[in-house]
Design a protein around this ligand. Structure first.
Ligand code: PEP
Length: 249
C-alpha cells in the first residue's frame, strides 16, 4: 500500500504575512503524524520562511521549478543546491504553466528531473494533455511521450525517488475535474510505463492527480487504485480546504 502525498502548489501567490497565516492554520490542525505525506511547493523567496516556520512539523516544503544546470552564469535561475540549502525536499518540474509560458519541452523537463534526482531532491514530474489533445483522442500518446522522455533520462534505480503528477491541462484552475475513472485510466497507463522501467520501484512510485482537486471531489479521486495523492493549486491557499483534502487522503 502506497502512502499518499498531498502537495500544495502555491504558484505565484504568497507574501510573508499571508504565508505565516496559512502555515499556522494548517499546522494548528495537522496532527504530528498525519495519515499521508504533506508538502507545500512555494515561490523561491519563501524557502527560508518555510524552513523557519515548518521545521519540526509534519509538513515538508519544496520549489515549483529549478534550473537544469548545477551553477554558473544563468541569471535568474535557482539551482537544486539552493533549494537544498533551505531544506527543500521536493521540486515540481514540468508544470504545464512552465511548459506553456516558458516553452519548456519534454527534454528540458527530463534534464531537470535528472538534475533533481542527482542532487537529492524528489522531483514531482508533471504530465498532462490539453483539451484539444484529449478531444483528438491523443491523451495516452501525449502523456505517454512526456513520461517516456523522463524515463529515458533517468536510471532504473532512481525510479523509486520520483513522484509523477498527472495534471490534465484543461482541469488546472478551471474548476473542471477529470472524473475519477478518467484520471485512473491515465494513472494506470503511467504505472504500466513505470513498470517497464523498474517493476519493483514502479509499484511504490506515487502518481498524484492535479486539476481542480477540492474537498468535495478529493475522496472519490483519492479512492482510485492508482491515484496516490494530489497536487493542489487553488485549494492549497485556504487552510480549511487543504486540511480537508489531507483528511480525505
Ligand atoms: C496546479 O497548478 O498544479 C493545480 C492542480 O491547480 P488547481 O488545483 O488550482 O487546478
Amino acid at each position: 500500500m502506497r502512502r499518499k502525498l498531498i502537495a500544495g502548489n502555491w504558484k505565484m501567490n504568497a507574501s510573508l504575512a499571508a504565508n505565516t497565516a496559512l502555515l499556522a492554520g494548517i499546522k494548528a490542525e495537522l496532527s504530528q503524524q498525519p495519515a499521508c505525506d504533506v508538502a507545500v511547493c512555494v515561490p523561491a523567496p519563501y524557502f527560508a520562511q518555510c524552513q523557519t516556520e515548518l521545521a519540526g512539523s509534519a509538513m515538508a516544503w519544496g520549489g515549483q521549478d529549478m534550473s537544469e544546470h548545477e551553477s554558473g552564469a544563468y541569471t535568474g535561475e535557482v539551482s537544486a543546491a539552493m533549494l537544498l540549502d533551505f531544506g527543500c525536499r521536493y521540486v515540481i518540474v514540468g508544470h504545464s504553466e512552465r511548459r506553456t509560458y516558458h516553452a519548456e519541452n519534454d527534454q528540458l523537463v527530463a534534464r531537470k528531473a535528472l538534475r533533481a534526482l542527482r542532487s537529492g531532491l524528489i522531483p514531482i514530474v508533471c504530465v498532462g494533455e490539453t483539451l484539444n489533445e484529449r478531444e483528438a483522442g491523443d491523451t495516452d500518446k501525449i502523456v505517454g511521450q512526456q513520461i517516456d522522455t523522463v524515463l529515458a533520462a533517468i536510471d532504473a534505480a532512481d525510479l523509486a525517488d520520483i513522484v509523477v503528477a498527472y495534471e490534465p491541462v484543461w482541469a488546472i484552475g478551471t474548476g473542471k475535474t477529470a472524473t475519477p475513472q478518467m484520471a485512473q485510466d491515465v494513472h494506470a497507463m503511467l504505472r504500466r510505463k513505470l513498470m517497464k522501467k523498474n517493476a519493483v520501484a514502479a509499484s511504490q512510485v506515487k502518481i498524484l492527480y492535479g486539476g481542480s482537486m477540492k474537498p468535495d471531489n478529493a475522496k472519490e479521486l483519492l479512492s482510485m487504485a492508482d491515484i496516490d495523492g494530489g497536487l493542489i493549486g487553488g485549494a492549497a491557499l485556504k487552510a480549511p480546504d487543504f486540511l480537508a483534502i489531507i483528511r480525505a487522503a
